[in-house]
Design a protein around this ligand. Structure first.
Ligand SMILES: Nc1nc2c(ncn2[C@@H]2O[C@H](COP(=O)(O)OP(=O)(O)OP(=O)(O)O)[C@@H](O)[C@H]2O)c(=O)[nH]1
Ligand SMILES: [Mg+2]
Length: 323
């Protein structure tokens, strides 16, 4: 038991464990009283409310992402795709368009992962129009190769002034390669909470190595169907639209495979950057972001309004057995 200092100036208990007044130190009224006085003192200042603290690695870890999701609804977007398919580039393009207020229909409000967005956008921000670019982004690496990293965006939609939060995963392409080649899915468990999954496909590769690329995406869809049994909508995002549109036969083959596994899938061609002549930088990005929020409309209404039926509306919810 902890006691406060003794009120007797010549107390020796701390040095010798023996009380000069022959009191039992554990029951000494002088020490016990001193303790009570100390405990009764109010702290002079209220402890400040702590802001949430995030880890030092730049993207948000699942705990930080979950803390955002606990405070308000956030649309979780899981992004898969081979290395260099354009996953990070799509996030960079979104961020740069928002920064210039050019993401049609949306305004930027806030982000809990600004440093991460800034970091991945660095290459693109220093790029000058007219200069050729090899790599606008660098290969994604995570501080812990088993823990997904997320980007957060809080946006406002102009059409109805609705504000909403999005959490977008930024994963290394190897996670998708390992899913396809080794069926490794332990790191992708978070997809079970995804509102939508984007499967990023390199548009140039889809044209140049059509059968090979289609085949690999089909395997990915097969594997994915085993992980996400809630079957979230899938967006097959085809990058490098600036180098040309995807072949309709490829689009049809991928959509058919998704449907075969019970997914509702759509295709979104995008050009995150531009070094080909077929589309301007940012093509398709606003539509892609808009689709994340639109998916909501497809979900059942939480508390539907029912027309009065004469009987009490509550009775409409009775099960088939009348319970
Ligand atoms: N022209 C053009 N280039 C693109 C486009 N998308 C990506 N790129 C280029 O492809 C490179 C690789 O894209 P990333 O987005 O980094 O690829 P990733 O899927 O994140 O790759 P990992 O992180 O390695 O898995 C970029 O640095 C760009 O140079 C696009 O739509 N158009
Ligand atoms: Mg990347």
């Amino acid at each position: 038991m902890a006691f406060g200092a003794c009120t007797e100036a010549d107390c020796t208990v701390a040095e010798t464990d023996v009380c000069l007044r022959n009191n039992d130190p554990a029951k000494c009224p002088n020490r016990a009283n001193a303790g009570t006085v100390e405990e009764a003192l109010e702290p002079p200042l209220e402890a400040p409310v702590e802001n949430p603290r995030f880890q030092h690695s730049l993207t948000l870890d699942p705990e930080a992402a979950a803390s955002i999701m606990r405070s308000r609804y956030a649309h979780l977007v899981g992004i898969l795709g081979m290395p260099k398919s354009g996953k990070t580039a799509a996030l960079v393009s979104t961020y740069l368009l928002l920064g210039r207020d050019q993401l049609k229909g949306f305004s930027f409000l806030d982000s809990m992962s600004l440093r991460a967005l800034d970091e991945i956008s660095h290459g693109a921000r220093v790029w000058q129009v007219g200069e050729s670019f090899g790599q606008m982004t660098v290969h994604t690496e995570l501080s812990d190769e088993r823990t997904p990293g997320f980007m957060h965006l809080r946006l406002e939609r102009h059409s109805d002034e609705r504000r909403f939060d999005m959490l977008l995963s930024d994963l290394p392409g190897e996670w998708s390669t390992a899913l396809i080649d080794k069926e490794r899915s332990d790191r992708l468990e978070f997809l079970r909470a995804a509102d939508v999954i984007w499967i990023m496909v390199d548009g140039e590769e889809l044209r140049a190595k059509r059968h090979h690329t289609e085949h690999r995406i089909k395997i990915m869809l097969q594997r994915l169907a085993k992980i996400v049994t809630h079957k979230p909508p899938i967006k097959i995002v085809i990058s490098r639209r600036d180098h040309g549109a995807p072949l309709q036969s490829s689009v049809d083959a991928l959509l058919a495979e998704a449907a075969r596994h019970g997914f509702e899938a759509t295709v979104a061609p995008i050009a995150s950057f531009q070094d080909g002549d077929d589309a301007t930088p940012g093509t398709g990005i606003a539509e892609l972001i808009a689709s994340v929020v639109e998916e909501e409309a497809a979900q059942p209404e939480f508390w539907p309004t029912t027309a009065p039926s004469g009987a009490r509306a509550m009775l409409n919810y009775r099960g088939a057995t009348g319970q």
